[in-house]
Design a binder for this molecule. Structure first.
Ligand code: ADP
Ligand code: 5GP
Length: 189
């Protein structure tokens, strides 16, 4: 049984940064490419960063049962395509989902064996600093994301594993350790 690993946490906490490092350390870990109705950011590629879908296309997939989970986040829809998971799980490859909290809750219901990890900031203020520093979102988008983050931070106790992303190298080490353990455990089960 291949392992499904879910990484969640508020926008700007460092999920993308940590996942890039994690995949360098555990190359067998495959990233599920999500679908979204959000417009691509400069440099983002269809099929690599996301499957960028129109709202109509996204809704059609929802009606067809094409998503393992999906959610509305900050004015757009995001979801994990069943096809992304089936392919990898069938080949016994561990799969990583980077999704927001509502989606992670759905996975807890439908795939209770998945390893669920919450990435937390050292303080709530850090999120604004990091989102502004990243420079990819307009001020209004940052404000919306920070509003959502209050609810997301409150969900932290629902997650069996919490990694605080304060010093980046420490967070990478801890995340790598937890994910490696999870993959090995699933293999020997
Ligand atoms: P997310 O994917 O959770 O929205 P990102 O990975 O895009 O977050 O990180 C947001 C910003 O914070 C980026 O500019 C990234 O370089 C920076 N960042 C990530 N982790 C740290 C850290 N531990 N310390 C300082 N800055 C960080
Ligand atoms: P962003 O617009 O910054 O790429 O992503 C916004 C939020 O959507 C992030 O919290 C990210 O984890 C989440 N997200 C990305 N893909 C999915 C998905 O497939 N499902 C869900 N539920 N959330 C997702």
């Amino acid at each position: 049984m291949a392992r499904v690993v879910v990484i969640t946490g508020p926008s700007g906490v460092g999920k993308g940064t940590l996942i890039r490092a994690l995949r360098d350390r555990i190359p067998e870990l495959e990233l599920s490419v999500s679908a979204t109705t959000r417009a691509p950011r400069p440099g983002e590629k269809h099929g690599e960063d996301y499957w960028f879908l129109s709202r109509d296309e996204f809704e059609k997939r929802v009606d067809e049962g094409g998503f393992v989970e999906w959610a509305e986040y900050s004015g757009n829809k995001y979801g994990t395509l069943r096809s992304e998971l089936d392919l990898r799980v069938a080949d016994d490859r561990p799969v990583l989902l980077e999704i927001e909290v509502q989606g992670a809750r759905q996975v807890a219901e439908t795939m209770p064996e998945a390893l669920r990890i919450f990435i937390a900031p050292p303080s709530a203020d850090t999120l604004r600093t990091r989102l502004v520093g990243r420079g990819t979102d307009a001020k209004e988008a940052i404000d919306r994301r920070l509003q959502v983050s209050e609810e997301e931070l409150a969900a932290q106790p629902e997650f069996p594993v919490v990694v605080i992303n304060d010093r980046l190298e420490d967070a990478i080490d801890e995340l790598t350790r937890v994910v490696r353990e999870g993959i090995d455990e699933a293999r020997s089960a």
